[in-house]
Write a protein that binds this ligand. Structure first.
Ligand code: F6P
Length: 182
């Protein structure tokens, strides 16, 4: 997941804010860690500033993919969750009750993300290289959920902490996972 952003500090949804001071520090640490740990890999990030700036200390060429952009929260973009609860209480409850199916007005649902990421996920599954993805909370839930075989209803609730590398390694039938906190 990208380093902490200015919107993360304020608990704001979506947007295209840059990294916070902590986020910049994480990007530096990530570059140092990755550059000494692996040599040949493919690097993917979204079109949003916070993932591009998290990736830029890595030496590989960056593939910028629109399909990796964070969930579009429509009318709720740029608001805090508290503001959403106050301004759109019905929407807030609907999402709380069914996060998987709930589609933000003028935005997306987790089901929409599963659709949007289908080709990307199949491509990386068939890629023999090491793949590094720098993306967003909802996007990484979908990708992680697919590879770890997580029940679809549980995907919107997977924990994707900041400043933590999640490493997935293919095993005979499944994937092993490892969390590396930097
Ligand atoms: O809060 C950070 C963020 O990436 C938002 O931009 C996004 O809307 C949200 O997380 C997705 O998580 P959830 O589906 O839990 O709201």
């Amino acid at each position: 997941r990208h380093g902490e952003s200015l919107y993360n500090l304020e608990n704001k949804i979506g947007g295209n804010s840059d990294l916070s001071k902590n986020g910049i520090l994480y990007a530096k640490k990530l570059g140092i860690y990755m550059n000494k740990t692996i040599k040949n890999y493919e690097l993917y990030c979204s079109t949003l500033i916070r993932t591009i700036n998290t990736s830029k200390e890595l030496t590989a060429n960056i593939n910028i993919c629109k399909c990796l952009d964070e969930i579009n929260a429509g009318i709720c973009e740029h608001k805090t969750f508290k503001e959403v609860e106050k301004i759109y209480p019905e929407e807030f409850i609907k999402r709380k009750n069914d996060k998987l199916n709930y589609r933000y007005p003028s935005g997306e649902s987790y089901l929409d993300l599963i659709d949007r990421l289908r080709t990307f996920v199949f491509d990386i599954e068939n890629n023999n290289n090491i793949v590094i993805i720098v993306a967003h909370q909802a996007i990484l839930r979908v990708i992680y959920g697919y590879f770890m075989g997580i029940k679809i209803e549980d995907i919107p609730h997977i924990k994707i902490p900041l400043h933590t590398i999640i490493e997935l390694n293919p095993d005979t039938y499944n994937y092993n996972n490892k969390y590396i906190k930097l």
